[in-house]
Design a protein around this ligand. Structure first.
Ligand SMILES: *Cc1c(COP(=O)(O)O)cnc(C)c1O
Length: 564
């Protein structure tokens, strides 16, 4: 089953979550979409990789929302047999004082251009294991720190061992976020100098070799966001014969900080946008943090009508999305507008199917969808309902929202309730719909069908952001706070608009958003006949999509990070 994949060396990509297709709920948000897009680009580019993640049998969750706006979480249990094949090999890791067996399911990612890449989904739900251990790979981001540490042992240590047992030759390891950093400990164990060659006091571990084999992408711009474990917990759960003093030197004196461990065992460290790399360098002085800015997968995120016009006017764009740079001069305005009208119609149908609300095709749609969590500030647009209504009176618009809150994020769930209350308050004046169960498929429809894509995070907390890039592939301009990728992508009035300046924007500054909407965005939209709006749509494609795609990202990882 694996023959076609193990005959040549590969790069192993480790990620706690991965969005392979919308029927497989092994992802929670942007991190998982990035992992999926990474592998999809590797597939199109013929870059030999193998992804390692968890089977997450219970999925993240399926979101329902009751009449009052409360989020209800339903299990999103899926059947791996439907999409993947169980592999025979099993390996063991030690967790607490037990042996935990792990096997993998093989999912084959098939690209639309004929490429194939293996994805291994790790599974502890085996008869050999105690019942509590069988659940280690069930719940994505479920449970507390002990559960999380067990998952990270399975992912990092188990994943590395299983790759070896299956016969893969791995030239380089890429950690997508710190969750898989324990992989570095496994490599240290593997690459040890034998005692007779050691000088007194010299470490037995071949650190240069381990570091040469590892790259690490960090995603979190705040200290509190990094996984850390007390050494008491480490002694109790992760008894793998490591000398704790050695781990402390690599991962921190007080706690085992997964980010620090990954930093110390990786030759190449990457932030997900230029600004995020700067912030990460400041947070962890002494490490060089590179900036390969994120991108999204071209074919996946261009809606069908746009795929068709790109194929017609810019053949080859799927392999070389740089060709989209010619979109502004080589694609007729009418073709762009027609493709957008079709994409918007699909959104209108989806909204009607999900909520019963019928949106007006001739009225502007403002889209906002992402994980619902405080720093994303989904309520920013609703800071001043009176002002919002005054603008709508002059230039009508409709608002489409979506997003899940993590089940333990009470704040995020409260935001969803607030948004529903605001939608009710605006009823009859501004149409506001909240679509339940935001997932990959809904993201495709929404980022393509909106007229304007809104983003209002609290800087500098949006490390990159990728949904705006998806919008750009469909000629949808961004209206966004200057943070993450948008600092690099915004050309005012040409690819979209900035809200506030590089110094950031406070909660009280919503007037800046309203001013842009009232004076620039909506007048341009309704003055479409002079061609200004389509020029902007073309700017989003030619200046943003041509660059902020995962093909460019992977070509850079391949030439700059992967040491093979
Ligand atoms: C793209 C995507 C995200 C990430 O969106 P951001 O705006 O970058 O936060 C989250 N969830 C889903 C389902 C997505 O498709």
């Amino acid at each position: 089953m694996l023959d076609e994949f193990i005959h040549k060396p590969r790069i192993a990509y480790f990620s706690m979550e991965i969005a392979l297709r919308c029927e497989i709920p092994t992802y929670a948000g942007g991190l998982g979409i990035l992992a999926g897009d990474t592998m999809r680009s590797a597939t199109d580019l013929g870059l030999p990789m193998v992804a390692v993640s968890l089977i997450s049998r219970a999925g993240f969750f399926r979101q329902e929302i009751d009449d009052t706006g409360r989020q209800l979480e339903q299990a999103a249990t899926w059947d791996p047999r439907r999409w993947a094949q169980a592999l025979d090999a099993k390996i063991a890791v030690h967790i607490e004082d037990r042996t935990v067996w792990i096997r993998a399911w093989l999912y084959v990612l098939e690209g639309h251009m004929g490429g194939r890449q293996p994805v291994l989904l790790l599974d502890t739900d085996l008869d050999e294991n105690e019942s509590s251990d069988r659940e280690i790979t069930h719940y994505l981001y479920g449970g507390g720190p002990i559960y999380r540490l067990k998952q990270e042992i399975v992912l990092g240590i188990g994943g590395a061992r299983l790759l070896q047992a299956l016969g893969f030759t791995i030239r380089h390891y890429h950690m997508n976020e710190g969750h898989s950093a324990l992989l570095g400990l496994e490599l240290m164990r593997r690459y040890t100098h034998s005692a007779e060659h050691l000088r007194p006091g010299e470490s037995p571990y071949d650190f240069p070799r381990v570091r040469d084999m590892c790259s690490f992408t960090t995603h979190t711009p705040v200290e509190a966001g990094h996984d850390r474990y007390s050494y008491d917990l480490i002694r109790r759960i992760l008894d793998n014969g490591f000398d704790i003093e050695t781990i402390k030197r690599l991962a921190g004196d007080e706690n085992l900080n997964m980010t620090r461990l990954a930093l110390n065992l990786s030759e190449y460290v990457n932030g997900v946008a230029r600004k995020h790399a700067e912030i990460s360098s400041a947070m962890f002085p002494g490490y060089r943090v590179h900036a390969i800015t994120n991108g999204v997968h071209p074919y996946t995120w261009a809606a069908e009508p746009f795929r068709q016009i790109f194929d017609h006017y810019l053949p080859g764009w799927c392999h070389e999305p740089q060709l989209l740079i010619r979109a502004d001069c080589c694609i007729p305005d009418a073709a762009i507008w027609q493709a957008h009208v079709q994409a918007k119609q699909l959104l209108i149908e989806k909204v009607q199917a999900l909520t019963g609300v019928v949106l007006q095709p001739d009225i502007a749609v403002i889209g906002f969808a992402r994980r619902m969590t405080a720093y994303k500030r989904p309520d920013f647009l609703f800071s001043d309902l009176e002002r919002l209504q005054l603008i709508a009176h002059k230039y009508p618009f409709q608002i489409v929202l979506a997003g899940k809150a993590h089940p333990m994020d009470e704040n995020g769930k409260h935001l969803i309730e607030q948004l529903h209350a605001q939608a009710r308050a605006l009823k009859g004046k501004i149409t506001v719909v909240y679509l339940p169960d935001y997932d990959m498929a809904l993201a495709q429809t929404l980022t393509a069908g909106a007229d304007v894509w809104l983003n209002t995070p609290l800087p500098p907390l949006e490390a990159s952001g990728t949904s705006g890039m998806k919008a750009a592939f469909n000629g949808v301009p961004n209206l966004s706070v200057l943070d993450g990728w948008w600092i690099e992508a915004c050309i005012e009035g040409l690819t979209g608009w900035a809200i506030g300046d590089a110094a950031g924007i406070n909660d009280g500054d919503a007037a800046m958003l309203y001013d842009k909407l009232e004076n620039l965005v909506l007048p341009l939209y309704y003055g479409r006949s002079d061609g200004g709006w389509v020029r902007l749509m073309k700017g989003a494609i030619s200046k943003n999509a041509s660059y902020f795609n995962s093909h460019r990202m992977m070509r850079r990882y391949a030439t700059e990070a992967y040491n093979w």
